[in-house]
Design a protein around this ligand. Structure first.
Ligand code: NAP
Length: 259
Protein backbone atom coordinates (compact mmCIF):
# COMPACT_ATOMS: atom_id res chain seq x y z
CA UNK A 1 0.00 0.00 0.00
CA UNK A 2 1.27 3.49 -0.89
CA UNK A 3 1.01 5.42 2.38
CA UNK A 4 0.78 8.72 0.52
CA UNK A 5 3.42 10.50 2.62
CA UNK A 6 6.47 10.39 0.32
CA UNK A 7 8.49 13.61 0.69
CA UNK A 8 6.97 14.57 4.03
CA UNK A 9 9.27 15.33 6.99
CA UNK A 10 9.13 13.51 10.33
CA UNK A 11 10.76 14.00 13.72
CA UNK A 12 11.16 10.63 15.42
CA UNK A 13 12.44 11.01 19.00
CA UNK A 14 14.54 8.41 20.82
CA UNK A 15 15.05 6.52 17.58
CA UNK A 16 18.55 5.03 17.42
CA UNK A 17 17.21 1.69 18.70
CA UNK A 18 14.10 -0.24 19.59
CA UNK A 19 10.56 0.95 18.92
CA UNK A 20 11.57 4.47 17.88
CA UNK A 21 13.93 3.02 15.30
CA UNK A 22 11.17 0.70 14.09
CA UNK A 23 8.97 3.75 13.48
CA UNK A 24 11.80 5.61 11.73
CA UNK A 25 12.55 2.67 9.42
CA UNK A 26 8.89 2.25 8.46
CA UNK A 27 8.45 5.96 7.75
CA UNK A 28 11.65 5.97 5.69
CA UNK A 29 10.29 2.97 3.78
CA UNK A 30 7.30 5.16 2.90
CA UNK A 31 9.64 7.86 1.54
CA UNK A 32 9.56 10.22 4.53
CA UNK A 33 12.61 12.40 5.28
CA UNK A 34 13.68 12.10 8.91
CA UNK A 35 15.13 13.90 11.89
CA UNK A 36 16.39 11.23 14.28
CA UNK A 37 17.35 11.71 17.91
CA UNK A 38 18.96 9.82 20.79
CA UNK A 39 21.51 10.68 23.49
CA UNK A 40 24.28 8.36 22.32
CA UNK A 41 25.87 9.85 19.18
CA UNK A 42 27.54 6.67 17.94
CA UNK A 43 24.49 4.41 17.74
CA UNK A 44 22.48 7.33 16.34
CA UNK A 45 25.00 7.90 13.54
CA UNK A 46 24.97 4.17 12.74
CA UNK A 47 21.16 4.08 12.52
CA UNK A 48 21.05 7.27 10.43
CA UNK A 49 23.64 5.90 7.99
CA UNK A 50 21.77 2.59 7.69
CA UNK A 51 18.46 4.33 6.95
CA UNK A 52 19.99 6.69 4.36
CA UNK A 53 21.63 3.77 2.61
CA UNK A 54 18.62 1.44 2.76
CA UNK A 55 15.79 3.84 1.96
CA UNK A 56 17.41 6.76 0.14
CA UNK A 57 15.66 9.44 2.22
CA UNK A 58 17.25 12.52 3.81
CA UNK A 59 18.17 11.87 7.45
CA UNK A 60 19.34 14.51 9.93
CA UNK A 61 20.47 13.41 13.38
CA UNK A 62 20.59 15.30 16.66
CA UNK A 63 22.34 13.69 19.64
CA UNK A 64 20.51 15.17 22.63
CA UNK A 65 18.48 14.26 25.70
CA UNK A 66 14.92 14.89 24.52
CA UNK A 67 13.68 15.18 28.12
CA UNK A 68 15.62 18.43 28.72
CA UNK A 69 14.67 21.88 27.50
CA UNK A 70 18.11 22.41 25.97
CA UNK A 71 18.00 19.04 24.20
CA UNK A 72 14.53 19.70 22.81
CA UNK A 73 15.60 23.14 21.56
CA UNK A 74 18.45 21.57 19.54
CA UNK A 75 16.18 18.87 18.13
CA UNK A 76 13.43 21.34 17.23
CA UNK A 77 15.93 23.64 15.50
CA UNK A 78 16.48 20.77 13.04
CA UNK A 79 12.86 19.62 12.92
CA UNK A 80 11.12 22.89 12.03
CA UNK A 81 8.32 22.35 9.53
CA UNK A 82 7.92 18.67 10.40
CA UNK A 83 4.63 17.17 9.17
CA UNK A 84 4.93 14.11 11.40
CA UNK A 85 5.99 13.84 15.05
CA UNK A 86 6.67 10.56 16.84
CA UNK A 87 7.35 11.14 20.54
CA UNK A 88 9.34 8.63 22.57
CA UNK A 89 11.89 8.48 25.41
CA UNK A 90 13.17 5.92 27.86
CA UNK A 91 10.70 4.64 30.45
CA UNK A 92 10.94 5.36 34.20
CA UNK A 93 12.57 2.77 36.49
CA UNK A 94 10.51 0.11 38.28
CA UNK A 95 10.03 0.10 42.06
CA UNK A 96 7.49 0.03 44.87
CA UNK A 97 4.86 2.75 45.40
CA UNK A 98 6.39 3.66 48.75
CA UNK A 99 9.93 4.05 47.31
CA UNK A 100 9.30 7.19 45.30
CA UNK A 101 9.49 10.80 46.41
CA UNK A 102 8.37 14.02 44.79
CA UNK A 103 11.52 14.33 42.65
CA UNK A 104 11.01 10.82 41.20
CA UNK A 105 7.44 11.65 40.23
CA UNK A 106 8.47 14.97 38.71
CA UNK A 107 11.27 13.35 36.68
CA UNK A 108 8.91 10.69 35.30
CA UNK A 109 6.28 13.30 34.50
CA UNK A 110 8.89 15.47 32.78
CA UNK A 111 10.17 12.62 30.61
CA UNK A 112 6.96 10.83 29.70
CA UNK A 113 4.29 13.54 29.81
CA UNK A 114 5.70 17.10 29.69
CA UNK A 115 8.30 16.23 27.02
CA UNK A 116 5.81 14.93 24.43
CA UNK A 117 3.45 17.78 25.34
CA UNK A 118 6.22 20.37 24.76
CA UNK A 119 7.08 18.77 21.40
CA UNK A 120 3.43 18.85 20.34
CA UNK A 121 3.11 22.49 21.42
CA UNK A 122 6.15 23.33 19.28
CA UNK A 123 5.10 21.49 16.10
CA UNK A 124 1.29 21.50 16.10
CA UNK A 125 0.91 25.18 15.09
CA UNK A 126 2.85 24.64 11.84
CA UNK A 127 0.93 21.44 11.03
CA UNK A 128 -2.39 23.23 11.65
CA UNK A 129 -1.36 26.20 9.52
CA UNK A 130 -0.45 23.85 6.66
CA UNK A 131 -3.68 21.86 7.14
CA UNK A 132 -2.04 18.45 7.59
CA UNK A 133 -0.13 16.70 10.36
CA UNK A 134 0.29 13.46 12.26
CA UNK A 135 1.40 12.89 15.84
CA UNK A 136 2.01 9.45 17.33
CA UNK A 137 3.02 9.15 20.98
CA UNK A 138 4.68 5.92 22.09
CA UNK A 139 3.22 5.19 25.52
CA UNK A 140 2.64 1.73 27.06
CA UNK A 141 0.06 -0.96 27.60
CA UNK A 142 0.24 0.18 31.24
CA UNK A 143 -2.21 2.92 30.19
CA UNK A 144 -4.91 0.26 29.70
CA UNK A 145 -3.90 -2.13 32.48
CA UNK A 146 -1.52 -1.02 35.23
CA UNK A 147 1.87 -2.68 35.70
CA UNK A 148 2.23 -2.32 39.46
CA UNK A 149 6.03 -2.15 39.53
CA UNK A 150 5.92 0.66 36.96
CA UNK A 151 3.90 3.11 39.05
CA UNK A 152 5.90 6.08 37.77
CA UNK A 153 5.13 5.08 34.19
CA UNK A 154 1.44 4.41 34.99
CA UNK A 155 1.16 7.89 36.47
CA UNK A 156 3.01 9.87 33.80
CA UNK A 157 1.57 8.11 30.76
CA UNK A 158 -1.99 8.38 32.09
CA UNK A 159 -1.45 12.15 32.32
CA UNK A 160 -0.26 12.34 28.72
CA UNK A 161 -3.19 10.19 27.60
CA UNK A 162 -5.67 12.58 29.20
CA UNK A 163 -4.01 15.57 27.51
CA UNK A 164 -4.09 13.87 24.11
CA UNK A 165 -7.76 12.89 24.48
CA UNK A 166 -8.85 16.52 24.58
CA UNK A 167 -6.19 18.07 22.36
CA UNK A 168 -6.70 15.56 19.52
CA UNK A 169 -10.27 16.82 19.17
CA UNK A 170 -9.12 20.45 19.11
CA UNK A 171 -6.58 19.99 16.29
CA UNK A 172 -8.57 17.51 14.16
CA UNK A 173 -10.52 20.28 12.36
CA UNK A 174 -7.16 21.44 10.95
CA UNK A 175 -6.28 18.10 9.34
CA UNK A 176 -4.00 17.08 12.21
CA UNK A 177 -4.38 13.77 14.05
CA UNK A 178 -2.89 12.75 17.40
CA UNK A 179 -2.96 9.10 18.52
CA UNK A 180 -1.07 6.97 21.01
CA UNK A 181 0.54 3.58 20.39
CA UNK A 182 0.61 1.32 23.45
CA UNK A 183 3.35 -1.30 23.25
CA UNK A 184 3.12 -4.54 25.16
CA UNK A 185 6.32 -6.56 25.38
CA UNK A 186 8.52 -6.13 22.31
CA UNK A 187 11.94 -7.60 21.64
CA UNK A 188 14.18 -4.57 22.16
CA UNK A 189 17.19 -3.77 24.33
CA UNK A 190 14.83 -2.61 27.07
CA UNK A 191 12.94 -5.91 27.26
CA UNK A 192 16.24 -7.83 27.03
CA UNK A 193 17.62 -5.92 30.02
CA UNK A 194 14.40 -6.56 31.98
CA UNK A 195 14.76 -10.28 31.15
CA UNK A 196 18.39 -10.23 32.33
CA UNK A 197 17.32 -8.57 35.60
CA UNK A 198 14.61 -11.23 36.05
CA UNK A 199 17.16 -13.96 35.36
CA UNK A 200 19.53 -12.59 38.01
CA UNK A 201 16.66 -12.42 40.54
CA UNK A 202 15.43 -15.96 39.88
CA UNK A 203 18.76 -17.69 39.20
CA UNK A 204 17.71 -18.88 35.72
CA UNK A 205 18.78 -17.87 32.22
CA UNK A 206 17.44 -14.76 30.47
CA UNK A 207 16.22 -17.05 27.66
CA UNK A 208 14.12 -18.98 30.16
CA UNK A 209 12.64 -15.76 31.57
CA UNK A 210 11.78 -14.64 28.03
CA UNK A 211 10.24 -18.01 27.13
CA UNK A 212 8.08 -17.98 30.27
CA UNK A 213 6.98 -14.43 29.58
CA UNK A 214 6.23 -15.18 25.92
CA UNK A 215 4.07 -18.12 27.01
CA UNK A 216 1.79 -15.67 28.90
CA UNK A 217 1.12 -13.71 25.68
CA UNK A 218 -1.66 -15.19 23.50
CA UNK A 219 0.46 -14.59 20.36
CA UNK A 220 3.14 -16.74 22.05
CA UNK A 221 6.00 -14.34 21.41
CA UNK A 222 7.31 -10.82 21.89
CA UNK A 223 6.40 -8.19 19.30
CA UNK A 224 8.98 -6.82 16.89
CA UNK A 225 10.08 -3.25 16.27
CA UNK A 226 9.26 -3.79 12.58
CA UNK A 227 5.58 -4.57 13.17
CA UNK A 228 5.33 -1.74 15.70
CA UNK A 229 6.85 0.63 13.12
CA UNK A 230 4.41 -0.54 10.45
CA UNK A 231 1.45 0.47 12.63
CA UNK A 232 3.09 3.80 13.38
CA UNK A 233 3.64 4.50 9.68
CA UNK A 234 0.01 3.65 8.91
CA UNK A 235 -1.19 6.07 11.61
CA UNK A 236 1.03 8.71 9.96
CA UNK A 237 -0.28 7.91 6.50
CA UNK A 238 -2.67 9.74 4.21
CA UNK A 239 -5.23 6.99 4.92
CA UNK A 240 -5.43 7.57 8.68
CA UNK A 241 -7.01 11.02 8.80
CA UNK A 242 -10.20 9.70 10.46
CA UNK A 243 -8.33 8.03 13.36
CA UNK A 244 -8.38 10.69 16.08
CA UNK A 245 -7.41 10.51 19.75
CA UNK A 246 -7.14 6.72 19.87
CA UNK A 247 -5.04 4.47 22.12
CA UNK A 248 -3.96 1.48 20.06
CA UNK A 249 -2.69 -1.54 21.92
CA UNK A 250 0.00 -3.71 20.31
CA UNK A 251 0.48 -6.50 22.84
CA UNK A 252 -0.20 -9.84 21.15
CA UNK A 253 -3.43 -10.13 23.17
CA UNK A 254 -1.67 -9.91 26.55
CA UNK A 255 -4.19 -7.47 28.03
CA UNK A 256 -7.25 -9.58 28.77
CA UNK A 257 -10.00 -7.09 28.06
CA UNK A 258 -12.96 -6.87 25.66
CA UNK A 259 -12.46 -3.19 24.82
P1 NAP B 1 15.16 0.77 23.89
O1 NAP B 1 15.27 -0.41 23.00
O2 NAP B 1 15.95 0.82 25.14
O3 NAP B 1 15.50 2.07 22.99
C1 NAP B 1 15.36 3.32 23.54
C2 NAP B 1 15.80 4.38 22.53
O4 NAP B 1 15.51 5.66 23.06
C3 NAP B 1 17.30 4.38 22.24
O5 NAP B 1 17.51 4.81 20.92
C4 NAP B 1 17.81 5.40 23.25
O6 NAP B 1 19.08 5.90 22.85
C5 NAP B 1 16.71 6.44 23.18
N1 NAP B 1 16.53 7.28 24.37
C6 NAP B 1 16.28 6.86 25.63
N2 NAP B 1 16.17 7.91 26.46
C7 NAP B 1 16.34 9.03 25.69
C8 NAP B 1 16.34 10.41 25.96
N3 NAP B 1 16.15 10.87 27.22
N4 NAP B 1 16.54 11.27 24.94
C9 NAP B 1 16.72 10.82 23.68
N5 NAP B 1 16.75 9.52 23.36
C10 NAP B 1 16.56 8.63 24.36
O7 NAP B 1 13.65 1.01 24.36
P2 NAP B 1 12.26 0.54 23.68
O8 NAP B 1 11.97 -0.85 24.10
O9 NAP B 1 12.28 0.89 22.24
O10 NAP B 1 11.20 1.45 24.47
C11 NAP B 1 10.78 2.71 23.99
C12 NAP B 1 9.68 3.24 24.90
O11 NAP B 1 8.57 2.30 24.89
C13 NAP B 1 10.08 3.39 26.38
O12 NAP B 1 9.47 4.52 26.93
C14 NAP B 1 9.53 2.14 27.02
O13 NAP B 1 9.25 2.32 28.39
C15 NAP B 1 8.24 1.94 26.21
N6 NAP B 1 7.80 0.55 26.25
C16 NAP B 1 8.56 -0.45 25.74
C17 NAP B 1 8.11 -1.75 25.82
C18 NAP B 1 8.93 -2.91 25.27
O14 NAP B 1 8.56 -4.07 25.51
N7 NAP B 1 10.00 -2.69 24.55
C19 NAP B 1 6.87 -2.03 26.41
C20 NAP B 1 6.10 -0.99 26.92
C21 NAP B 1 6.58 0.31 26.84
P3 NAP B 1 20.10 6.56 23.96
O15 NAP B 1 20.10 5.65 25.14
O16 NAP B 1 21.41 6.65 23.23
O17 NAP B 1 19.53 7.90 24.27
Amino acid sequence: MDLGIRGRKALVCASSKGLGRGCAEALAGAGVDLVLNARGAEALAGTAAHIRERWGVAVAEVAADITTGAGRARVLAEAGGADILVTNAGGPPPGLWSDWGRDDFLAAFEANALTPIALMQALLPGMMARGWGRVVNITSKSVKAPIAALGLSNMARAGLTGFVAGTARQVAPHGVTINNLLPGTHATERSASLDRAGAAREGISAEEVAARHAATIPAGRYGTAEEFGAMCAFLCSAHAGFIVGQNILLDGGATNATL
